[in-house]
Each structure stands twice: as structure tokens, then as C-alpha cells.
Design a protein around this ligand. Structure first.
Ligand SMILES: Nc1ncnc2c1ncn2[C@@H]1O[C@H](COP(=O)(O)OP(=O)(O)OP(=O)(O)O)[C@@H](O)[C@H]1O
Length: 950
């Protein structure tokens, strides 16, 4: 109800003469806060409700009170107590520009007129019956054109215009908390008295302040700040007031008054520029927050000041827009300085009163600006946005000190200049200007929404602007001086008291000066008081800094403690993790070992290499016998051929020395003497075409062989991928017989373990692709004739299966054996391996070295498998042998006695299917029953027989 009364108040100006006040009036001194206006959906209802409200106007106690106190002193500013320290909110005023067709105020200078107008506004009780209906309708029409209504002197209600009402939108919003709301009929003087006069008083008492007018274009900023000759604005009025005071205080130690006016303008939207409006638009520069080269003109009287201001306003950049015939295109800043002379000319005593007429925010839609005007609009809006950001950041920082104060001020010259104000170091006053017309609803709403939160900005303790705290002040204070905190706080309080007392003293001095007119004394006292005040300020500052530092140190200490605790926790965690990792590692090692063993097992079995690994003793014995054999016979034997193999290299590179010299002892084969030609051919140990395997044999291996002290029997020249190493174990080296017949059988896709097999440089083979080097057609598989061998050595069927070629995995299998071979001296190869042509070494030497073409790399799987096998240490080899090869079992089952062997050999029919076997070269696999004797096998049998007969 009261809110609507406020609406009526705006209308009563136009209604006519007010009615007399009643004799008895009850005044509510502390009025309750008005409720938010009820949204009105129906326009008719809205209008009718307004009409009803008009019938019962509220009691305008605020206006009555303000009218009573207007002439005395500004009640609102007094509450801010400019002289005292403490929490103080920023002052935000709102001035509503009257509608253009509304009647303007009367003579603003006349107090009678003012009172009359006030009475007219506050007329109560009015007799509604006296008003005719036509007048009421007229008022309703007017109201419908207004979007903003004054609730009281501190709040307004903004109503959505009927035209743009949407059922979903909020119909009205109330904005309160303003320092004061100047209604449409407020005069310039009234505005000055309430808003600027207190600032001027502060200025005269040596305190800086700033007033900035902001609002949409055409809302009356320039009118308020500069005014017109008829209605002087805040700047002329302030200067008048200052000089009035100066004259009144002729003998006081007031400083000289200087003035400077400059503008910040962006021509065509380019970089911002500063122009001195008192020096024919001289361009200026800004260094940090200081304008360089700005002329400060000494003012001796108000008339001179007004003249200068008028000239400056004429130089200011303005243009005609749709919203304002003389729209400001720049931000205009007026500074009034009070510079003290002599001893009091310290910077702290130089007060500055800054009044800023900002360019108005513009909406392109409304202004219809184009080209230069549009670019100017952008600059203006950007500057206002930056200003808004600075104020918002300050507010947020004050609400939550943990939030840092953003440095938005760097983004425009205006905000850079106003840095101290925007950081809350100096007092600031905002004047919001708005238009109440319905067509201005959007602009007004935006302004109020954006700026009303700024009312919460506080100045806890205003610092003297020019005093920079010395760092040395903090050096004496240590973090351990917690006990001093309370005393310091007490001291600070005392300092505040002193400050207040000083303020009182200052007032007393003034009174004394006025009453007794003792100018010299008053001046002295004034000077003393200022000096004391300055000291107090600096001391207070020092104490404050000290407290801040102590608090900071405390906070830091707490944080450090927290971090320390966290660090300890983390250390404990790491410790426990380490322990668990150690356990896991152990488990992992065990698992790895087991896996390697398993892999080795798999390698031997799955690799179908048929590795039978001799034990170390057997191998050594065989090696030594082989060595003897070689030394005794200058002719190269199988051992000789093996000597071609680089044992060392094979060891290093994973070569397999699987043939057993021991067999030489048993067989006592002397290479050339008993090696049949066809066997040699079939073996093709040195023949690439037949074997495709001679290449891996390192010709230079003789040396290594010698070094090794034994002579590996047969080079395993087989294709690694298809390799089948038959290592017949035999602890009893005498009994150990390696029986194997070379077989030109490709069905098994095997290469010649029997003929080669020894020091395979497995790694090399892997690298160079032994696995794929031998083609099926080139295989000369001198393999033990399966059927007979099965009978002969009683290999189980599984063993046969095990001997199946395995292609790529064979390499890994070989290497798996190799790893073991270093200790267990490799594998036993069948006898055919040991049989070597006497000139084998020569042959090997002359044989071409393997090329990359022939040594195609095997599958990667094979390599990886190799590595896995390499990891298996020799220590596991025994186990592996027991798992996969089982020497005892082999001895029992696989190691027939020599006599049995020879007896069986004698039974072999050498002429058996010699020719037929040739036709089966191309077959991939032969059935066990269908094994035919090859040339090589026949040769081998012959050889064995001849040997037997020997
Ligand atoms: N309180 C007022 N009483 C009477 N006339 C006013 C009032 N306020 C503004 N005006 C008039 O309104 C017009 C626009 O005012 P003004 O130039 O001050 O607006 P502005 O906000 O400065 O606009 P801009 O931002 O574009 O410069 C002027 O002609 C001015 O005389």
C-alpha cells in the first residue's frame, strides 16, 4: 500500500495544490520495510488497483522528516560520520530523470518553492473526492507510461511495462538500500545537499572522495554533474561551496584549490586517449594510475572555476544520438585538489575530490548508432563493463577475502586512474541516473540489477591514500609475538579513539575559532591537530600492518602444520606400500620362476624339437672323448665339423651345442673313411641348396671350439623353425648311443638334427631367420627313421608326436635348450650328426655364408619365446630336463645298449626302398608305417654297419 503511495507521490506533482496537513499526525519513525509489490498480471486490474491505491494515500512521513531536516543538515551523510573510522558502506544514490513531457520543477533555488513542492508531493491527507474522474484517468495514463516508482527515499519498484508483460516474467522488482532516491522533481540543489555536500566537507577536511555518475544515455548524468547556467550541477555547486568555505575560513590553513579536467576518449573505437580539457585538448599519457602532463589550474574563486568548467565542457566530445541530442562520447573526469602550503603540504594532506561524468551505456537497438557512433558506443560500453567488473570483484573480495581482488582495472584507462577507489582504499560515491519511462524499462532494469549489489561494498578502514606502509615496520615483529597481538589490538583501538578524539578536537578547534575569532591560535591548533592526525594515521597503519602480518603468519603456520601432517601420512602410506610391493615382488619372482620353468617345459615339449638333454657329466665326457678323437685323428670327424661351430658364439648367441662328443667314443667314427658319398650328399651339411643350413655355421668357430675345450659334434644346420633335435640322454656315456638316420623326409618338416644340431647360434638364427630359411624342398632331413627308431630306442608314441615339427616355435625351443646347454652341454644329437665328412671344415669354410635372403627371420613369437627361455637359468635346467627329457627315463627307454643297436643295425636292409624314397620328397608327412628309407638313412646304416664290423 505504501509502495503504491510512492507512485502516487510522483503524480501528485502534476495534480495541483496540496491539501493542508491535519493537526495531529502520527509519525512512524522507524517504518517497516515495505513488502515487495504484488505482481499484477491483468493490465486492467493493474490500472484499477493503482486507482484504488490513489484513493488511500499513505502517510508521507519520510518526506515530512526530510523536509524538516533538509535545511539543517544532511541526515543520511551524517550517519556515515566522515570523521570516524569503521565499517562504512559505499554510497549509492539514484536519481530519476523526469519524463520529457512532464512538468519540470519550479525554481530550484527557492526554498519556498522547494517546500511547496515537497508539500505537494507529500500532501496528505488529500481528499480524493475532490479530484475529478477525468484527472484520475489522466494520471492513470501517465502512470502506465512509467515503469519505475519510488517506494520511499531508499527504494524503488520497477514494473514491467504492460506492453512487454509476459505471464512468465516477473511483473515488478523492488530495489532498496539506496543512500537516497531522488525523485523526478528533485532539484539540483537538493541532490547536491544530500549527495555532494558531505563529500565536499570531507574534502575540506583533507579527505579524498570520488563521485561517479553512471546510467544509460540521456538519463541525466551530465545534467546532474555539470547542469546548466540555470541549474548548475554538482561541480559548480561544489566549487561554490568550497570557495564559500575558503572565504569563511580566510585565516585557516586551508590549501590552495586547483582544478583539472580531462577526458578519456576513443576515436572511432581505437585506443583510448586522454585529453586535457583545460589546455585545448592536449593529449596526455597515463603511467600506472597517474595522468602525466595534466594541467592543474589554480582557482581563486568560484566564478573562475565555473568559467573553466564551461570551457572544458564545450571541448568535450559530444554527439547527437537518437537518445540524446548532446550525448557525451567520452568519460570526463574533474579533479579538485586542495594543496596545502608549507609544513602541511605533505602528500597525506592533499585531498582530491574527483567527480566523473561517465558516458552513458547505449543499446544499439535503441540508439540506432552506426559507424563512428557505434564504435564509440562499443568503447563506452566496454569501459562501463570494466568498471562494473572492478566493483563486482571488490564486492566479492570483501564478501570472501579468500577470493583475490581481480585486476580488471588494468583493462581501461578510467579504471586504472580510479584504482585506489576500485580497490576500496578511498571513499567512493555512485550516482545512478535512470529514466522512469516505460520505454526505458530495459535500460533501467539493467542498471539497477547491475549496480544495486554495489551498495554492499564496504570500507572497513579507509587508508590514507598517500601513505605507503614501510617494510621495515614488519622487521621487528616476529611470528612468536602472539602475546603482543592483544596489546597491539588494544593499541589500535586506542589509536582509533585518539583519531576520534582528534576529530572531536578538530571540531572543537573550529568552534573555538568561530566563537572567539582567535585566528592565529586556531590555525596553530588546526595545524597541530592535523599533524597529530597524520601521526595517528600512520601509526594506525603500522599497527594494522603488524596485525595483518601476524595473522598471515598464523595462517601460514597452520597451513604448514597441515602439510606436515599430510606429509607424514604420505610417508607412512609409502612405507606400507613398499612393504606390500616387496611381498608382491617376491611372489612375482616365484611366479616368474615357475612360469619360466613351465615355459621351458613347454618349449621342450611343444617345440617338438624333441630335445633330449644330456646331463653335464655325460656331455663333458663326450666332449673330452671327442677332443681326444680329434687329436688322435688328424682327419676331421664329426667333431671336426662341429669344431667349425663357434661354441663360444653359440653360447653367447644362444647357439645349441647339442651333439655329444661321447658318441664319437662309442662309434669311433672316422669321418671320411666311413662316410659314404651319398650320405655326404644327403647330409648336405655344407650344401646350401640341400640343407639350406650351412650358413649359420660360423666358419671361424674353430677357434672358439678350441677354446671351449671340447668339440661340439654336429652343427645343427637345420631350419630352426622345423628343427628337431633329438638329444639322447645318457648318463652312462658308454651306453649312450645316438642313433639317427638322416632322412630325406619332409613330411615332418624337420631339418636335420642328426646332421647338424650342435652349436646353433640360435640368436643368430633367430635374427637372420633360420626358421624360415630352409624351404621344404631343400630340407635334407637326416632324421632317425621313425619306425625303426621307435622300435630301436623305444621311443614312445608321444615322443614321436613331440618330434613333430613346430615351425616358428622351434626356435624358441632350441633356445630353451640352449640356455640349458651352457651347463648341461647341450643336447645329444643322433649319430649322423657326428658323422662328418673329413673335409667338412674345408667344405664349410668354402660354403657361402648365410645371407639374409636365405635367413629369413622367423616369427616374432619365436624370438620372444627365446628370450623367455633364456631367462631360465641353468639352475632350472636340471628340473627342466627331469620334466621334459627325463634322463633316467631316457636311459631306461631310449638308450639301448650298443650291442642291441648294432644288432638291429645289422638287420637293417640297406637296399630297402632306396629309390622309392626319392619319390616321397615332396610329401609333407609320412605315416609311421610308411616310413621309407632315404639315401641318407641308408648311408647312415651302412656306415653304422661298417663301423660295427670294424
Ligand atoms: N533532472 C532533470 N531535470 C530536467 N531535465 C533533465 C534532467 N536530467 C536530464 N535532463 C535533460 O535530459 C537531457 C539528457 O540529459 P543528459 O545529457 O544529462 O544525459 P546523459 O545521461 O548525460 O546522456 P549521455 O550519457 O548520452 O551523455 C538533457 O537535455 C537534460 O537537460
Amino acid at each position: 500500500m505504501e509502495g503504491k503511495g510512492g507512485d502516487q507521490e510522483a503524480e501528485t506533482v502534476d495534480i495541483g495544490s496540496p491539501l493542508p496537513c491535519p493537526n495531529t499526525v502520527t509519525i512512524r519513525r522507524n517504518p517497516y520495510r515495505r513488502a515487495r509489490a504484488t505482481p499484477i498480471n491483468d493490465p486492467q486490474c493493474y490500472n484499477s488497483s493503482i486507482s484504488k491505491l490513489r484513493e488511500v494515500p499513505p502517510f508521507p512521513h519520510e518526506e515530512i522528516l526530510s523536509a524538516q531536516n533538509l535545511e539543517d543538515a544532511p541526515s543520511q551523510p551524517s550517519s556515515t560520520s566522515h570523521g570516524k573510522l569503521g565499517s562504512e558502506n559505499i554510497k549509492v544514490f539514484l536519481r530519476i530523470r523526469p519524463l520529457l513531457n512532464s512538468k519540470g520543477p519550479g525554481n530550484p533555488g527557492s526554498v519556498d518553492d522547494k517546500n511547496q513542492r515537497l508539500r505537494a508531493k507529500n500532501a496528505w491527507p488529500q481528499n480524493p473526492t475532490k479530484k475529478n474522474i477525468s484527472g484520475r484517468e489522466k494520471n492513470v495514463k501517465k502512470i502506465s507510461r512509467v515503469c519505475m516508482m519510488v517506494n520511499d527515499s531508499h527504494s524503488v519498484t520497477l514494473s514491467t511495462p504492460i506492453d512487454s508483460q509476459d505471464s512468465k516474467k516477473i511483473k515488478s522488482e523492488t530495489y532498496g538500500g539506496f543512500s537516497y532516491v531522488f525523485s523526478t522533481d528533485s532539484s539540483q540543489l537538493a541532490v547536491y545537499e544530500r549527495m555532494v555536500k558531505p563529500m565536499v566537507d570531507d574534502f575540506l577536511s583533507g579527505k579524498s572522495g570520488m563521485l561517479a555518475a553512471l546510467g544509460p544515455s540521456g538519463s541525466g548524468k551530465s545534467h546532474t554533474i555539470f547542469g546548466s547556467p540555470r541549474e548548475p550541477g554538482m561541480v559548480p555547486l561544489a566549487l561554490q561551496h568550497i570557495f564559500k568555505e575558503t572565504e569563511a575560513r580566510t585565516n585557516q590553513a586551508l590549501g590552495s584549490i586547483y582544478i583539472s579536467i580531462f577526458e578519456i576518449y576513443s576515436e572511432r573505437g581505437k585506443a583510448e586517449k586522454l585529453f586535457d580539457l583545460l589546455r585545448d585538448g592536449c593529449e596526455l599519457s597515463m603511467q600506472q594510475s597517474t595522468v602525466k602532463g595534466l594541467q592543474e589550474v589554480l582557482i581563486s574563486n568560484a566564478g573562475q572555476a565555473e568559467s573553466l568548467i564551461a570551457q572544458a565542457v564545450l571541448k568535450r566530445a559530444t554527439a547527437t544520438t537518437n537518445t540524446n541530442s548532446q550525448s557525451s562520447r567520452s568519460q570526463c573526469i574533474i579533479n579538485v585538489y586542495q594543496k596545502c602550503e608549507g609544513a602541511l603540504s605533505a602528500p597525506s594532506n592533499c585531498a582530491v575530490l574527483t567527480i566523473i561524468d561517465l558516458a552513458g551505456a547505449e543499446r544499439e537497438k535503441k540508439t540506432g548508432n552506426q559507424g563512428t557512433r557505434l564504435l564509440e558506443s562499443n568503447f563506452i560500453n566496454n569501459t562501463l563493463m570494466v568498471l562494473g567488473l572492478c566493483l563486482r570483484s571488490l564486492l566479492e573480495h570483501q564478501k570472501n577475502p579468500k577470493k583475490p581482488l581481480q585486476k580488471h582495472f588494468q583493462n581501461s584507462l578510467l579504471t586504472r586512474f580510479l584504482r585506489d577507489y576500485l580497490e576500496g582504499k578511498k571513499r567512493m560515491t555512485l550516482l545512478l541516473t535512470a529514466k522512469s519511462g516505460a520505454e526505458d524499462y530495459v535500460d533501467t532494469s539493467y542498471l539497477l540489477r547491475q549496480a544495486s549489489p554495489f551498495m554492499k561494498i564496504k570500507y572497513d578502514e579507509i587508508e590514507p591514500s598517500n601513505i605507503v606502509p614501510s617494510k621495515r615496520q614488519y622487521q621487528g615483529s616476529s611470528t612468536g609475538e602472539q602475546t603482543k597481538l592483544s596489546s597491539t589490538l588494544g593499541q589500535a583501538k586506542r589509536m582509533r579513539l585518539v583519531n576520534r578524539e582528534d576529530s572531536n578536537e578538530e571540531r572543537n578547534v573550529k568552534e573555538l575559532h568561530i566563537s572567539k575569532k582567535d585566528a592565529p591560535r586556531a590555525c596553530k591548533l588546526e595545524a597541530n591537530s592535523r599533524a597529530v592526525k597524520s601521526e595517528c594515521d600512520s601509526q594506525t597503519q603500522s599497527d594494522r600492518s603488524h596485525i595483518i602480518m601476524q595473522n598471515f603468519a598464523k595462517a601460514l603456520w597452520n597451513i604448514l602444520k597441515q602439510y606436515n601432517a599430510k606429509l607424514k601420512d604420505a610417508e607412512m602410506e609409502i612405507k606400507s606400500l613398499r612393504e606390500s610391493v616387496g611381498h608382491e615382488k617376491e611372489k612375482y619372482l616365484v611366479l616368474e620362476t615357475e612360469m619360466n620353468e613351465f615355459k621351458a617345459f613347454c618349449t621342450c615339449h611343444k617345440g617338438r624339437e624333441g630335445c633330449r638333454i644330456y646331463n653335464q657329466e655325460a656331455f663333458d665326457a663326450q666332449a673330452s672323448s671327442l677332443s681326444r678323437l680329434q687329436h688322435s685323428d688328424n682327419e676331421p670327424t664329426l667333431g671336426t665339423s662341429c669344431a667349425l661351430l663357434d661354441v663360444e658364439k653359440s653360447d653367447r648367441k644362444g647357439g645349441v651345442c647339442s651333439s655329444r662328443p661321447k658318441h664319437h667314443n662309442t662309434l669311433e667314427v672316422k669321418g671320411e673313411s666311413f662316410l659314404p658319398t651319398e650320405f655326404n650328399d644327403s647330409l648336405s651339411l655344407s650344401n646350401d641348396e640341400k640343407l639350406g643350413i650351412s650358413s649359420p655355421i660360423d666358419v671361424s668357430s674353430t677357434k672358439a671350439y678350441d677354446r671351449a675345450g671340447y668339440r661340439p659334434d654336429d652343427p645343427n644346420v637345420s631350419d630352426q623353425s622345423n628343427d628337431k633335435l633329438i638329444l639322447l640322454t645318457g648318463q652312462d656315456t658308454n651306453d649312450a648311443e645316438v642313433l639317427s638316420e638322416p632322412r630325406l623326409d619332409h613330411s615332418y618338416d624337420e631339418s636335420i638334427t642328426s646332421t647338424s644340431c650342435t652349436t646353433l647360434d640360435t640368436e643368430k638364427s633367430n635374427r637372420k631367420g633360420w626358421a624360415n630359411s630352409s624351404k621344404p624342398g631343400k630340407h635334407v632331413s637326416s632324421v632317425v627313421e621313425s619306425k625303426r627308431l621307435t622300435e630301436f630306442i623305444k621311443l614312445p608314441t608321444a615322443a614321436d608326436e613331440m618330434l613333430e615339427p613346430s615351425s616358428p616355435r622351434a626356435v624358441s625351443s632350441t633356445e630353451g635348450c640352449d640356455q640349458v646347454g651352457s651347463k648341461h652341454s647341450g643336447r645329444k644329437v643322433n649319430n649322423s650328426c657326428n658323422i662328418q665328412k673329413p673335409n667338412m671344415s674345408v667344405m664349410f669354410k668354402n660354403s657361402p655364408l648365410p645371407t639374409d635372403e636365405t635367413l629369413e627371420p622367423s616369427s616374432p613369437r619365436a624370438v620372444s619365446s627365446t628370450e623367455g627361455c633364456h631367462q631360465v637359468g641353468s639352475q632350472h635346467s636340471g628340473r627342466r630336463v627331469s620334466n621334459s627329457c627325463n634322463p633316467q627315463k631316457a636311459k631306461r627307454r631310449l638308450m639301448p645298449s650298443t650291442s642291441v643297436l648294432l644288432r638291429d643295425l645289422s638287420n637293417l636292409d640297406l637296399l630297402d626302398e632306396t629309390t622309392a624314397s626319392k619319390g616321397r620328397k615332396g610329401t609333407r608327412k609320412l605315416a609311421a608305417d610308411d616310413v621309407k628309407r632315404t639315401d641318407g638313412s641308408i648311408s647312415l646304416i651302412r656306415m653304422l654297419k661298417s663301423n660295427h664290423h670294424l
